[in-house]
Design a protein around this ligand. Sequence first.
Ligand code: ATP
Ligand code: MG
Length: 366
Amino acid sequence: ATSPSKRYNITLLPGDGIGPEVVSVAKNVLTLAGSQQGIEFEFREMPMGGAALDLVGVPLPDETLSVAKQSDAILLGAIGGYKWDNNEKQLKPETGLLQLRAGLGVFANLRPATVLPQLVDSSTLKKEVAEGVDLMVVRELTGGIYFGQPRGFGKNEKGEEIGFNTEVYATYEIDRIARVAFETARKRRGKLCSVDKANVLEASMLWRKRVTMMASHYPDIELTHMYVDNAAMQLIRDPKQFDTIVTNNIFGDILSDEASMLTGSIGMLPSASLGESGPGLFEPIHGSAPDIAGQDKANPLATVLSVAMLLRYGLQEENAARTIENAVLETLNQGFRTGDIFSTGKKLVGCKEIGEAVMKSVDSQK
Ligand code: ATP
Ligand code: MG
């Protein structure tokens, strides 16, 4: 065996429900794919979410955050479950996730929506429209109307009750998300579509101006602009036209959920949250699925694909990322399916068994 040339520290936050099962599979896949490229990983597993609430009474213990911040990348399983939904102390497992994102300073949320040829029938779209869809939504995560001041309740001049929020973006917030988006497009097919509402909103006018200015640093990227109402239509009408989409917090919230429904397979979708420097956070978009937890039924492929994103966007290890993505495709080609993506004629297997199939096809790519 070759001696490892690179070492990375990875924080594992398995969390709740199916989190521990899917993280365990993804950890093994990461270790194997890394070793083929001369990469060694050191893992530290820390409590988070409901598991941490039960253990120490808070959803994000200080030690978990400090270990995470000092590592090279973080892999999260899933957080929450009915067990903690009505807890009296008002502390929710999900609060831990918001604290973690804030603590890490991650402002860019990357969510791919890829219709894999093997799963084209899971899509909500007609086959001709769904086939070949492969896009990425880059969402600004820490600014915009969800955080802007002033906000609150009040009264208007007629004395009627009002609720109000403010959409604010500063140039530095637009520039840093634009940079992530252009870099992401460069790792993909070189096309970036910026989505805004610049015909109505000043914050969007500034957004469009700054994204356009940033384009001069990326002459290799083809930049287009689209209004959000049109983008919502185009995603259903002809999603293949998109490569990378960049947009603000609220539009990205909506469009990334819309895009994920194009694929129809929640158990297959990864995500990444990135900051300026410091470790990125990588997690499947699905929740803790308490209905199937502990039964070896969960689909671990969303978490396995999150590990591929960890390698590509967190560690710049493109080869190992590719190896894992190819192994997932090969596993589907061999007919392995968990219950959520099962169709007749395929092999119904559990979380562990599909994980082992992925390991075998990683191994066969040596
Ligand atoms: P959360 O609020 O944590 O996002 P949710 O209520 O939105 O959770 P999920 O946990 O994301 O729901 O999933 C909804 C259902 O989809 C689950 O109950 C489960 O049946 C199924 N599901 C989700 N993820 C997976 C997976 N990885 N493998 C198999 N089935 C899954
Ligand atoms: Mg959910």
